[in-house]
Design a protein around this ligand. Structure first.
Ligand SMILES: C[S@@+](CC[C@H](N)C(=O)[O-])C[C@H]1O[C@@H](n2cnc3c(N)ncnc32)[C@H](O)[C@@H]1O
Length: 357
């Protein structure tokens, strides 16, 4: 795929996902690439890194981080994330001017994979746990693969509000997930606390450092005030109690998990499975099955995931919430959600299962 085509596709995705700023800007940048302008110059040598490498998001993330560091001069006046107001014509001109002025600074982050840690996905995790049966409601040990900055390991410190206005979690939390849940009502579990929270990532981001916070913020789209506010709330919680995220690949991490009597062990992941090479997917899936075989009523094991999947081989991809519980190995689609996590629509139990990942 040519870079211009990749930028235009990303523009459409940004429009659908609620970022008119990036949608308009990417279309202008695609025109600039065609015209051999500053965008083409800065991307020189990366023309073939299109498709899954998300070159457009790498460029946008790199420039956003310069804006957040107040190194982008006049461009900052157009970025809502630092108090500016987006305006397409002048904003795109200022963007191109920055590429011309600071090509080396922009290129520094072009090799870096965009890493978002989407706090809205905590609503999937917590709501998913509220689907556990009475017998499975033991103290929860939570393990996560592909945690990025580990912000969703703080999920039991957030506040969730469903579409009827009912509150769950900490009412005083700096992270408020409004209209987080709709559809089937969830059964409250006031004693639910997450114990022994451990995450893992091949490239963890340390939410306790300036560099980590900068990267986590730079990949959020600057005109998405709700996402930025959620992120800032979670970063403030992470500073008080930094999440424990190991630098470890998913399959190795799964193989290190052990079940413990009197607790429910949960393995959770969101929007990361597609990044695993096939052999690692197979090893991690085998590790999950092994943990399932070791589970018993006194030490249940739960695999909870939020990933783009198809309900049937013929259907389109949706972001589905799927839970498998052992003993028994029952797999259920619990619901579906927007890619950034909220709102989650919980579906009635219909006994339908889904092929394993
Ligand atoms: C799109 S981010 C999602 C982060 C987080 N789960 C969320 O939903 O906010 C995908 C994450 O998977 C991580 N990742 C990619 N390959 C991995 C691997 N082989 N093992 C563990 N983590 C991996 C990336 O570093 C990145 O942090």
């Amino acid at each position: 795929m040519k870079a211009t085509e990749a930028f235009r596709l990303q523009a459409q995705a940004c429009a659908v996902l609620g970022s008119p700023m990036y949608a308009g800007l990417l279309d202008r940048l695609a025109e600039d690439i065609e015209a051999d302008g500053p965008t083409a110059m800065v991307l020189w040598g990366h023309e073939d890194d299109t498709g899954p490498s998300a070159l457009a998001l790498r460029l946008l993330g790199s420039v956003h981080r310069l804006v957040l560091e107040r190194r982008a001069g006049a461009l900052g006046a157009f970025y809502p994330s630092v108090g500016g107001t987006w305006e397409l014509q002048e904003g795109a001109t200022a963007f191109r001017a920055l590429l011309e002025r600071e090509p080396d600074a922009v290129r520094e982050w072009l090799d870096r994979a965009p890493q978002t840690n989407e706090v809205g996905r905590a609503a999937v995790l917590m709501g998913g746990l509220l689907n556990l049966s009475e017998a499975e409601r033991l103290p929860v040990r939570l393990f996560e693969i592909g945690s990025a900055g580990g912000l969703n390991l703080l999920a039991d410190r957030f506040c969730y509000i469903d579409d009827s206005g009912t509150l769950f979690g900490d009412p005083f939390s700096p992270v408020r997930l409004e209209a987080a849940w709709r559809g089937e009502r969830l059964t409250p579990w006031p004693e639910l606390h997450l114990n022994e929270l451990v995450g893992s990532d091949l490239m963890p981001l340390d939410a306790g450092t300036t560099e980590g916070r900068l990267a986590l913020t730079a990949y959020v789209w600057p005109d998405q005030a709700d996402r930025l506010e959620r992120l800032r709330g979670a970063l403030s919680l992470a500073q008080q109690a930094p999440p424990n995220v190991r630098r470890q690949g998913a399959a190795d991490f799964v193989n290190d998990i052990e079940l413990r009597e009197g607790t429910t062990t949960v393995l959770w992941h969101s929007v990361m499975w597609q990044y695993l090479p096939h052999h690692e997917q197979a090893t991690a899936a085998a590790g999950i099955m092994k943990l399932g075989q070791r589970a018993s009523e006194g030490k249940p094991f739960v695999h909870l995931l939020f990933e783009p999947l198809r309900r049937t081989p013929e259907s389109d991809h949706e972001f589905l919430v799927v839970m498998t519980t052992w003993p028994g190995g029952e797999r259920r689609i619990l619901g579906r959600a927007a890619p950034h996590g909220i709102p989650v629509t919980w579906e009635p139990a219909n006994g339908k299962s889904l092929d394993p990942l």
